[in-house]
Structure formats: C-alpha cells, structure tokens
Write a protein that binds this ligand. Structure first.
Ligand code: PHE
Length: 357
C-alpha cells in the first residue's frame, strides 16, 4: 500500500471519529493546514522527477478533494446531531396541565354566589350593593320595623357604640336595606339582586355570626305574586340543576312584605344526606313576599304607581344543600383540607349553558 493510501485511510478514520465540529476542524488543519501532513507531501513535489510528479500530483489533488468532501459531510452530520440534542433538551410538553401545582380553590360560598348571580343575570336582573355598616333607618325603620317591633329581638343585632349625635350604627342583619337604597336611586322598573355579607349575634351548628344572603327586588307597575312564584321556580330548577323541583309557598310574616311567604323545596333524607327535588320532606330555603306599601314609600316611590316582590335567601345554606356540606361552621374556619375537599376549580366558571357546578 502506498504512503498516500495509508494516509488517506488514517485521515478518513479521524474524520469519521471527530466527536464535534471543533475536533473535526483540528483534523482538517492537521491534514490540509500549512503544516499539515498532506501539505507536507505537496511541498515535496518540487524535488520529484517529472514522471513521479505526474503520478503523485493528481493523487494528492484527489486526496485533498476527498478530505474536503469528507469533512463537509461529517460537519453536516455533526450539525444535525447537535440540533437534534437541542430540540430534545428545549422541548415543551404542551399537553401538561396549565398549573400542575395549582393549590387554591374557589370557596363554595363564592361558587354559589357566582352561580346565583349567573342565573338571575339570565333572568334580566342586575347586581346591587350596600354597606355592611348600616343606620337604624335602612336596616329597620324603612323596612317597617319600628323601634319597639318584636322582629328586632329576632335579629340579634350587633350594635356599635352610639355616635356623638346619638345614632347607633348596626352591622346589617340582612340584605334587605339594599332594597331601600336601590329604590332611592333607581327609576322603576327595578330588577336587582343584592348578594352580600350579613351579621347576627348567633353561633351554633347552623348559625355563624357572619353569613351570606342574596336579596331580590322587582318593582314595576303591575308585578304580581305569579311573577314571584315563576321567578323563584326558575331559579330553583337552574340552581339545583333539575328539570322539576317540588316547591311549597307557605304563608308567613315579615314586616316588610304583605303578603309574606316562606318557600320550601321538596327533599328526602338518605343516610343523613339530603336529596333535593324529590321526596316527602320539606326544606325551607327563603323568605319572600309582595313589598309592603310602607316600604315602597320609605324608598321614595309611590305605592299607587309601583308594586312588586322581594325575597331573601341564605347563600351558605344553598351551598350546604347543593353540595352536601354538613356543618356551616367549617365554612369560615379556613381549614385547607376542607377547602381542597369542597372547593371548586378556578378555571371552571359557573355558566348556565354548561351546567353550573
Ligand atoms: N330579610 C329577610 C330575612 O333576613 C328575608 C326576606 C327578604 C324576606 C325579602 C322577605 C323579603 O330573613
């Protein structure tokens, strides 16, 4: 074997073994560089006889070309491998959940609050608000509950110390003051709900000092009791996600409505768990009635021109019934295990079209 073919085999092997582009470049320089092995033989051409040169010249040129080509091919291979490695290391798996470490959940009260708003918004209601710290006028007087009225005892009111002018502010005992505040600033027809916090000095398994209610108020020229019934039936069907809900309107008494009705829904009990919509038991879920003329007057409107209905229900209680949560007090203990168990995904927003829960 000639020296040249031996050299060629050696160099080709080095090219094939070059692990990266830097190593490949070193092989190329060691062969074709100024002081390279091939260049050294080239230099010796001058000292050869013309016949030798005729034979060696083309061979050496062929070797140079072969080396250059082989380096080019190997370089392309190495670039391909490097790109492949980068693609593997930089790849993002788009099938992963958005936030695999998602920790927080939506509290059942917030969930039910949003569900209630969603349902009434669909029926054409807007959302109204009022302050938590109220005057005696808005919480009681304007709602037809004068100072000596027995209903005041039932409300277990939190009173503030008297102000300099003698006025004693209260933590609102219900959301009904929002009825008055809305009438004062809204031209009828009125169609609002007012979800919010309410306060009563009461604490046991079914009562917490702070709880949530949602008030409803509809006032127009001829709104009647039939509208009230329909509206609440539609609400219950949508809220409990049932085609039919058994409901009972039971005569009751509130100072601010006349006539007044408490509304029960049909239910049954199985192993201490309540099932809504079927069965022979009844569960009270809200108070309602036709707004008393005195209340309409206190709100600055004329009871000869507008009439309508109001209702109030407990959001926490609705949450317990719909989601089978047994103890009300746990709602406000901020126990993370409880929240993880009963909480809702923040990415799952309540809407009627997809079912609410
Ligand atoms: N405010 C009443 C309560 O807290 C509920 C209610 C509201 C009843 C509106 C009738 C009309 O118990």
């Amino acid at each position: 074997m000639t020296d040249i073919s031996k050299l060629e085999i050696e160099i080709m092997a080095e090219i094939a073994n070059a692990a990266d582009e830097a190593a490949l470049e070193a092989v190329r320089i060691a062969a074709l560089g100024k002081k390279g092995s091939v260049s050294a033989i080239m230099k010796s051409l001058g000292a050869m006889t013309p016949d030798e040169r005729k034979e060696m010249g083309p061979k050496l040129n062929g070797l140079k070309t072969a080396i250059t080509d082989a380096v080019g091919t190997r370089a392309a291979e190495l670039r391909e491998v490097a790109l492949e490695a980068r693609l593997v290391s930089e790849k993002i798996d788009v099938t992963l959940p958005v936030r695999p470490q998602q920790r927080g959940t939506i509290h059942p009260v917030s969930q039910v609050w949003d569900e209630v708003v969603q349902i009434f918004a669909d029926l054409g209601f807007s959302v109204a608000e009022g302050p938590h710290i109220e005057t005696d006028f808005y919480n009681f007087e304007a709602l037809n509950i004068p100072p000596e009225h027995p209903a005041r005892q039932e409300h277990d009111t939190f009173y503030f110390n008297p102000r300099e002018d003698g006025e004693r502010m209260v933590l609102r005992t219900h959301t009904s003051p929002v009825q008055i505040r809305t009438m004062e600033k809204t031209e009828p027809p009125i169609r609002i709900i007012a979800p919010g916090r309410t306060y009563r000095c009461d604490s046991d398994q079914t009562h917490t000092p702070m709880f949530h209610q949602v008030e409803g108020l509809v006032l127009d020229s001829d709104t009647h009791l039939g509208n009230l019934k329909w509206c609440l039936e539609e609400f219950c069907k949508a809220f409990f996600e049932l085609d039919e809900v058994k409901m009972r309107f039971r005569a009751s008494h509130f100072p601010f409505t006349e006539p007044s009705m408490e509304v029960d829904i049909g239910c049954s009990w199985e192993d201490g768990q309540v099932k809504i919509g079927v069965g022979d038991d009844w569960m009270e879920i809200l108070g309602s009635g036709m707004v008393h003329p005195d209340v309409i007057r206190a709100g600055g409107l004329d009871p000869d021109k507008v009439q309508g209905f109001a209702f109030g229900m407990g959001i926490d209680r609705l949450a317990m019934l719909k989601y089978g949560i047994p103890d009300l007090r746990a709602f406000f203990e901020a126990d993370l295990r409880w929240l993880r168990h009963y909480g809702f995904s923040a990415l799952n927003v309540p809407e009627l079209a997809g079912g609410l829960s």
